[in-house]
Structures are given as structure tokens and as C-alpha cells.
Design a protein around this ligand. Structure first.
Ligand SMILES: *[C@@H]1O[C@H](CO)[C@@H](O)[C@H](O)[C@H]1NC(C)=O
Length: 420
């Protein structure tokens, strides 16, 4: 007994040395440094409100998402418009500007159709080379890139930003859809498994609509477990990657996910939550002070959750006024043009070009921005939606920098006591 243990000693030492040498080591010090970043919205997944011109130039009001963009016009016209958009909407100069603004992360939404298109699906491909360029540009400028699967087969939420605007999302109702999504996550994990310093995180699915049904939540939960395996073990053996899985709360309170995918049984998981105070009639009726106190009140849940929490989408916008924000051709709750809403006021001066914004509105944008940055840094940090928009400067990080409501150094606050 004793002798055999002695014989094992060198082997045990070697094993413990190896396992410590191979210990999980993410490409960004999550847990000790704050995530500060922007989303590159409306680039590799179209959104009508981010680039209204792309949709209006089609001359067809029924083109409302990337699915109909491919389905309802000639393939060559659509391909030419998309290629021009991919080449111009985001370039390496944007990565340089994002890094110069003191940010450390970019989150890049991409749809399943960049990887694989099924029979009868009208999506146009060609996004993947731009994702690879983005990884190179992030590397060149010292930014960490999050690959975010923003649209899944069947649609996980029915939003236009899932690629397909539908009233009954079908991702979770059909196992083929889920299997196709798992295969894409394996592909992505394999693409980046040796590059955790530049692509430290994969978000396997944006905003699955957990509010639809308990079935949707059950499918989503299982998908987070399966994605953990796909992202953390991409080498085809027991070797772990250093890539982090960024799950989403599926619009449930964080407490719903207590104990799910937690250490020590699981390692390398972060939680993404999105905080908007504009997508209901009641929220559009809130005062500016109420918008600020609402986000300040998030601090407790963000700081106490059992996974790293990143607020992966949020905005200094305090109304739903941006044109097409609720869908192409759909109005806003704030001005009463959205079905079932009650007018609060005019959208003039609330959205569009910053040149139409009053000094007091710009002061509010700065205060609301700071209240959110302060609050979300009680968790692991934040990624604003979005870097740029054609005609909604209240949402644009780039416009905020240019017009003074976002500081050139995100730690340089004017209202450090805004949350009291
Ligand atoms: C399930 O989804 C796949 C595409 O992902 C489709 O081909 C198939 O027809 C769907 N099955 C049902 C029963 O809807």
C-alpha cells in the first residue's frame, strides 16, 4: 500500500503540475478588470433603425429585416447593397477610434446564416470574411472581441434583429433548429480556440425570448449547458479552452439563473443582461429622474450574482423615438404613434442628429450615461448599444464622443454621485 503510493508520487506531482499549467486563464481578467465596450450593431446583422437608408433604398416597404432583404428583391441588387454596407459601415478606423476612447471590448453580432443557410432560406451570405477582418482589427488595436450569435434558425425571439421578424419564434419548437445552432457554436469555438487573447468570449445566443413559454426557457437552459461543452472543450478531447461562454438571462430576473453553470462544477461562464428603460408605454412615461433611478436600482442584483455579470446592451436613449426602432414602419410609444400607446410628447429633439438636441437634453444624456456606467460597473462592466447609427445620435457612442455627452475617457465622470 505505502509502497505503491510512493511509486505514484512522481506521477501525481506531474499531473498536478500539468493541471495547474493548464488552469483556466481567460484572455481578459474578468472579475478584476471592468469590461467597457460597444456593440457593432447593424453591421453583419441588419437592423432597419440603425441603417434606415439600406431599407428605404430598396423602394419596398415590405423589406423589414435581413430575411425579406434577401427574399423580396433581386439577389444581385441585395448582394451589391450588402457588400457595400459590409465594406463601409465598420472599418479598421472604427476599431482605432473605439480603442482611443478607452474601451476594451467590442461585441460583434452575427447571424447563423453567415455560417450555414438551409433550403428555402433567402439569406445572403458573405459576412464571415468581415468577422475575420474584425478579429484582426481588434487584435491590431488591443480590443477584446465577443462573437455574438444574434440570430438562430427559426428565430429565437421574432425581433427583426434576429434576422427574421415573426410573431411566433420557432427556434425552440424544432430540434433541428437547435441542432443547427449547436453545430454553428462548435464551428465558432473551433475558429477561435487558439486565440483567447483576442476573442475571449462567445455569446452562443442573443436574447432568447424566455417570456414566451416555460418550454422556451427549458430549451434555452439546455442549450446553455450544451454550448458550455462546445465552447469550453473544442479540442475533441478533455483539454479545456480558455474561451468564456457568455449566456443571456432570456429576459428573466438574474435570480432565475441562480446556481446554473456555476463554479466549481462549471468554469468560464459569464452572464449577459440587457437593460433598456424604453420598451413599454409606462417606461416612456417616466421622467428623466425616474430613468436614472431605475438604472441605479440595478446595482444590488448586478453585484451579488453568482456568475460574472456583463450588461451587454444598454443605451443613454430614454425614449423609443428613434425611427424604425420598433420595426420598419412602426411608430413610437413616446409620441403616441405606436399601437396602444399614449402620447407623452414630440419626438423632435429627442432623436435624429445631435444638432437638434438642446443643451439640457445633452446634459441629461451625460447624466443617464454616467448613472449606467457607475451602476453596471458594480457588476463586471458594460457594452453600450451601439457604436454608430445613421440617424439616432442618442444611441450612438460615436456621436456621444463627438458631442460631449460621452467622455473621451470612460472613467472621467462629471456626476460621480448621480446614483446618490
Ligand atoms: C424544423 O426546422 C428545419 C430547419 O431548421 C426544417 O427544415 C423542418 O422542416 C422543421 N420541421 C418542422 C416539423 O417544422
Amino acid at each position: 500500500m505505502t509502497r505503491s503510493l510512493c511509486a505514484l508520487q512522481p506521477l501525481l506531482l506531474a499531473v498536478s503540475f500539468l493541471s495547474s499549467a493548464l488552469a483556466f486563464s481567460p484572455g481578459f481578467p474578468y472579475g478584476s478588470s471592468k469590461v467597457r465596450g460597444v456593440n457593432l450593431g447593424g453591421w453583419l446583422v441588419l437592423e432597419p433603425w440603425i441603417t434606415p437608408s439600406l431599407f428605404e433604398n430598396t423602394g419596398n416597404n415590405n423589406i423589414v429585416d435581413e430575411w425579406t432583404f434577401g427574399a423580396l428583391q433581386s439577389r444581385s441588387t441585395a448582394t451589391a447593397a450588402l457588400t457595400n454596407h459590409w465594406n463601409t459601415w465598420i472599418t479598421e478606423a472604427d476599431f482605432a477610434a473605439i480603442a482611443a476612447a478607452g474601451l476594451n471590448h467590442v461585441r460583434v453580432p452575427i447571424g447563423y446564416w453567415a455560417f450555414e443557410v438551409g433550403p428555402g432560406e433567402p439569406f445572403i451570405q458573405g459576412q464571415l470574411p468581415y468577422l475575420n477582418k474584425a478579429i484582426t482589427w481588434a487584435t491590431n488595436h488591443g480590443l477584446k472581441l465577443i462573437i455574438d450569435l444574434h440570430g438562430a434558425p427559426g428565430s429565437q425571439n421574432g425581433f427583426d434583429n434576429s434576422g427574421r421578424k415573426v410573431s411566433t419564434p420557432a427556434w425552440h419548437t424544432n430540434n433541428t433548429n437547435v441542432q443547427r445552432t449547436n453545430a454553428i457554436i462548435k464551428t465558432i469555438a473551433n475558429m477561435v480556440k487558439n486565440n483567447p487573447n483576442n476573442v475571449p468570449i462567445i455569446a452562443p445566443l442573443n436574447e432568447p425570448a424566455g417570456f414566451i413559454s416555460s418550454d422556451m426557457l427549458a430549451v434555452t437552459k439546455q442549450y446553455w449547458f450544451d454550448s458550455w461543452g462546445n465552447i469550453r472543450f473544442p479540442f475533441g478531447n478533455s483539454q479545456q479552452s480558455n474561451t468564456v461562454e457568455l449566456i443571456h438571462d432570456a429576459f428573466q430576473p438574474l435570480s432565475f439563473w441562480n446556481g446554473v453553470l456555476t463554479y466549481p462544477q462549471y468554469e468560464g461562464v459569464a452572464m449577459d443582461t440587457h437593460i433598456y428603460t424604453i420598451f413599454s408605454v409606462q417606461e416612456n412615461q417616466m421622467s428623466q429622474a425616474q430613468h436614472i433611478s431605475t438604472v441605479c436600482a440595478k446595482q444590488g442584483s448586478l453585484s451579488s450574482f453568482d456568475l460574472w455579470v456583463i450588461v451587454g446592451e444598454w443605451t443613454p436613449a430614454a425614449t423609443d423615438c428613434a425611427k424604425y426602432l420598433n420595426g420598419r414602419g412602426v411608430g413610437s410609444r413616446f409620441d403616441g404613434s405606436f399601437p396602444g400607446s399614449q402620447r407623452v410628447g414630440s419626438c423632435n429633439g429627442q432623436t435624429g442628429s445631435a444638432s437638434s438636441f438642446s443643451a439640457s437634453y445633452k446634459t441629461f444624456l451625460r447624466q443617464f450615461w454616467e448613472a449606467q456606467v457607475i451602476s453596471y460597473e458594480k457588476g463586471q462592466g458594460w457594452i453600450q448599444w451601439t457604436w454608430k447609427a445613421e440617424n439616432a445620435d442618442e444611441w450612438s457612442y460615436q456621436a456621444g464622443l463627438a458631442n460631449g455627452w460621452i467622455p473621451r475617457d470612460p472613467t472621467s465622470l462629471k456626476y460621480p454621485n448621480i446614483c446618490g
